[in-house]
Design a binder for this molecule. Structure first.
Ligand code: AMP
Length: 226
């Protein structure tokens, strides 16, 4: 069993695009009151707002590459400075490079914290492109759907909030998904060995039902949040 950190829980979800990191982070947020912190969401907000960081990130994101460590770290450090993160965080899509992992450790060390668990969502690469290319979400509440795997019960209406506007990410197409998978294997997958060597790695088979995966993750997180 892993050592439990003294401060708020800091959990990492690792896995390729389409593995379900965002879906599972949202469920953990609801169940444990932790804060989902997605660098992809923060970057998309920066792009939409037209900030300097957003302008630097836009074309890289559209091509499925990784935004520079400096840009991502600046955005993450700002978000980590907000008071709500004291509840504990689930990092979704961060760290993605060895440099980001080191910088995260340094950032946490300033407040006597460390990573409590890094949970790797294990999936079949082959299935990921199809998962990513068909996904969309409710523009009002963010509930996620998939054209084939999880359509809305009533066409055009969100099951959760009744909203009727939906959105698709610009980078959720087959070509960009392949580039994102490549970036994952080249730069992010090595972090699995890194967190294993620190004794904080957990792995979950993430090809099954969302609820089964959530139950497995919940048991790891319950240990961290005591
Ligand atoms: P995501 O929403 O996690 O799939 O991220 C969407 C895109 O944002 C990625 O394909 C990258 O271009 C960029 N991105 C998100 N998080 C990071 C990160 N930690 N490091 C570098 N680029 C990132």
């Amino acid at each position: 069993m892993n050592e439990v950190t003294t401060g708020p829980a800091v959990l990492i979800l690792l896995g390729p695009p389409g593995a379900g990191k965002g879906t599972q982070a949202r469920l953990l947020e609801e169940r444990f009151g932790l804060i989902q912190l997605s660098t992809g969401d923060l970057l998309r907000a920066a792009v939409a707002a037209g900030t300097p960081a957003g302008r630097a990130a836009k074309s890289v994101m559209e091509a499925g590459g990784l935004v520079s460590d400096d840009t991502v770290l600046a955005i993450l450090a700002d978000r980590m400075a907000e008071p709500d993160v004291k509840a504990g965080v689930i990092l979704d899509g961060f760290p993605r490079t060895a440099g980001q992992a080191e910088a995260l450790d340094a950032l946490l060390a300033r407040t006597g914290q460390k990573v409590g668990a890094a949970i790797s969502l294990e999936v079949d690469d082959e299935a990921m492109v199809g998962r990513v290319a068909g996904r969309f979400s409710c523009a009002a509440c963010g509930e996620g759907y998939h054209d084939a795997g999880k359509p809305t019960a009533t066409a055009g209406t969100c099951d959760k909030c009744g909203g009727t506007a939906f959105k698709r990410r610009a980078d959720d197409n087959a070509e960009t998904a392949r580039a994102r998978l490549q970036a994952y294997h080249a730069q992010t997958a090595p972090l699995i060995a890194h967190y294993r060597s620190l004794g904080v790695l957990e792995s979950v088979d993430a090809m099954g039902a969302i609820t089964d995966i959530a139950a497995a993750l919940g048991s790891f997180v319950a240990r961290q949040t005591g």
